[in-house]
Design a protein around this ligand. Structure first.
Ligand code: DP6
Length: 334
């Protein structure tokens, strides 16, 4: 039996589009900050058939249909990957999986990143007598469940490197700096709690239909990713703000021009973004906005700006607020 705990992450350079969808091998690198909360805990053990029990904030949820298939696929792919490491039989035939999630549903915090990084860490712990996997190897298993999950395997600031080729281990995460490097907060402003209509997995498959997709990949590959990494290493907030906002808006431009178009941002999102810009102008606060596949606005700021950003977030009418900060990533629970 093994238990792990993990959390979502928020990306500064977004992952959007795969060069191989079935293995979630991204077209371009991405970069994120792992969050300290909310967490997911997963316990796995040997079983005769795949069994999954799941509860979200104390409420039991059934995992069936395509959700169950997704877990089965990850386990099969994890076995395939372990085979390439000479450990084809390290994992038992089937697993029982118990998921306890503290992530509120439909708030724009990627529960799949937390869940699959957690599952990968638990799998690594279960097979540890045979071989201890490196964080990079664990990130590959996490990626097979959800691309962004690869980044939550490690704490602090993490890049998912797209790599080359289409082999199962082509793309892996690397830590840029750990969680002690720079205390940044993520103050999350949630205008709507509706479940999104098109999930990320379906969205990735449409990305390349946008006429702006290639230019975004080019921008990330030639400058954005590296400039963002440099900004983090130098704790240059202005640069980080500039690069991450440019990339988030660019991703939404690609989404909105894909075929069919995907519109995740709402009027409320645009309103909050406008207000943040105004706040920044008057108060010169180190705060940046970024949005994933939903209307939720993540306000990432430095410690000295946190109080004012918190007050700003609380003043947004009809919004739920959630707060987190940079965190340690997926770990085994003793
Ligand atoms: C917009 O990792 O959620 O949040 O691999 O299908 O699970 P799957 O996709 P996912 O995609 C993340 C999309 C994003 C950007 C990001 O977090 O980098």
């Amino acid at each position: 039996m093994a238990t792990a705990i993990s959390t979502p992450n928020i990306a500064f350079i977004k992952y959007w589009g795969n060069r191989k969808n079935t293995l979630r091998i991204p077209v371009a690198d991405s970069l994120s900050m792992t969050l300290s909360e909310p967490s997911v805990e997963i316990t796995i053990d040997h079983a005769d058939t795949l069994k999954i029990q799941s509860s979200t904030i104390g409420e039991e949820r059934e995992i069936a249909g395509k959700h169950l298939d997704r877990f089965q696929k990850v386990i099969d792919l994890a076995k395939e990957y372990l085979g390439t490491l000479g450990m084809a039989d390290a994992l038992p035939g089937e697993l029982s999986i118990r998921i306890d999630s503290h992530i509120p549903p439909a708030v724009g915090l990627a529960s799949s990143a937390a869940v699959f990084s957690c599952l990968a860490r638990a799998i690594a712990a279960l097979i540890t007598e045979e071989k201890v996997l490196t964080d990079e190897q664990v990130s590959i298993i996490a990626r097979l469940g959800s691309g962004s999950a690869a980044r939550s395997v490690m704490g602090g600031f993490v890049a998912l490197r797209a790599g080359e080729g289409e082999s199962i281990d082509a793309a892996k995460a690397v830590q840029i700096a750990d969680e002690h490097h720079w205390l940044l907060h993520d103050i999350v402003v949630i205008p709507s709690r509706e479940e999104k209509k098109v999930g990320s997995t379906e969205g990735h498959a449409l990305a390349a239909t946008s006429p702006y997709f290639a230019a975004r990949i080019e921008a990330i590959t030639t400058r954005r990713q590296q400039e963002c990494i440099d900004a983090i290493l130098r704790k240059d907030f202005e640069k980080l703000q500039h690069m991450s906002e440019e990339d988030a808006l660019d991703m939404h431009h690609v989404m909105e021009t894909s075929n069919p178009p995907l519109k995740y941002l709402s009027q409320e999102t645009h309103h909050i973004v406008g207000e943040v810009k105004a706040l920044r102008e008057t108060k010169h606060l180190p705060v940046l906005f970024t949005m994933d596949a939903g209307p939720t606005v993540h306000l990432v700021c430095t410690d000295e700006a946190a109080e004012e950003v918190r007050a700003f977030a609380s003043a947004q009418k009809g919004c739920t607020i959630f707060e987190s900060q940079v965190g340690p990533g997926a770990r085994v629970k003793e």
